[in-house]
Design a protein around this ligand. Structure first.
Ligand SMILES: [Mn+2]
Length: 317
């Protein structure tokens, strides 16, 4: 399939690249590295993102104008990266199907083959790792712009080389990227040490909401609209919170519930080791990876917490 995608890239001229809402480092690094790769081939790529680029990823080199409205034009190909389901592109995603041949490049184990072409590698550390192999098959010269996007995508999707997807090939690619100008300390500072102080005011409130179940093996925190308002923050400030919760000794599953509407919560889940949060997420129509998944739950905060608690019953008894 890698060769097929390579051929498709060579044979076409106009591309619209997109990824999931609430974009993370892999989503953006993948989209932007593909943008630069296509540019270097003399193609005409555009990037569409439903949401704005979160502050911690503003340092990533991308197109001068990222589109935030689905353009009216049609394209030779629509490339969706790091997106397990097409709906995760956000509102209006149905329109994309009519705009060009849909190409899906992804590594989620719950990935749906929604494209006309599907390059899905569940074993890949990140979508950027798959793209790196596409670029290799095209014999592309690695530019500094491509390198920093690929490095950051792998760095963030492996939780700074801490998670189980931290494979030897993840390291090998990142090592190669340092030889193309990437400074690991700089990327780490941009991603981890560049937060507005409001984030920590919010973090205090969120941590104070912690409840644990099953003898401390599941920890749940929540963030409400009121908390965002009182600290003058938005959902992008919660990026990484759920990972902190997993750092607690004995915690095997960490859950962050974010109020997204009336009696509606987005659950972000992380686990250590054998606990499969993608299985829990898929019970509620969500998905992801074994150790990182999400879903949307309806009900009051108490009802949603009970649903989560029950959903983990099988994992902890
Ligand atoms: Mn990813």
């Amino acid at each position: 399939m890698i060769e097929k995608i390579g051929t498709l890239i060579q044979a076409n001229q106009t591309f619209l690249i997109t990824t999931h809402i609430d974009p993370d480092g892999d989503a953006l690094g993948s989209a932007f590295s593909l943008y630069w790769a296509l540019k270097s081939l003399g193609k005409s790529p555009s990037v569409y993102l439903k949401d704005k680029v979160p502050y911690r990823y503003e340092f990533l080199p991308g197109p001068e104008n990222v589109l935030h409205e689905i353009p009216s034009d049609t394209y030779d190909a629509i490339v969706v990266v790091d997106c397990g389901s097409l709906f995760r592109v956000g509102e209006g995603h149905e329109k994309l199907k009519e705009k060009g041949a849909l190409v899906n490049i992804d590594h989620h184990n719950t990935s749906e083959a929604f494209g006309a072409f599907n390059l899905i590698e569940e074993g890949a550390s990140s979508t950027a790792e798959i793209l790196y192999r596409v670029f290799r098959s095209l014999k592309l010269a690695m530019t500094p712009e491509m390198a920093v996007n690929i490095y950051t995508a792998i760095f963030t999707d492996t939780g700074s080389f801490r998670y189980e997807n931290t494979t030897s090939s993840a390291f090998l690619i990142c090592e190669e990227m340092t030889r193309h100008g990437v400074k690991p300390a700089y990327v780490s500072q941009m991603v981890h040490e560049n937060h507005p102080k409001e984030r920590f005011l919010l973090l205090g409130l969120v941590f104070s909401s912690m409840e644990t179940y099953y003898g401390g093996r599941v920890a749940v925190v929540h963030v409400t609209k009121e908390m965002f308002k009182s600290t003058n923050t938005t959902s992008e400030y919660t990026d990484g919170f759920v990972e902190y919760i997993r750092e607690i000794r004995g915690v095997e599953a960490a859950v962050l519930l974010r109020e997204i509407g009336d009696c509606k919560f987005k659950a972000s889940m992380r686990s250590k080791g054998r606990v499969d949060v993608a299985a829990v997420g898929s019970r509620f129509g969500g998905g992801g990876h074994k150790n990182a998944a999400g879903c949307v739950l309806e009900g009051t905060l108490e009802e949603v917490k009970n649903k989560i608690k029950e959903a983990f019953y099988k994992e902890f008894t």
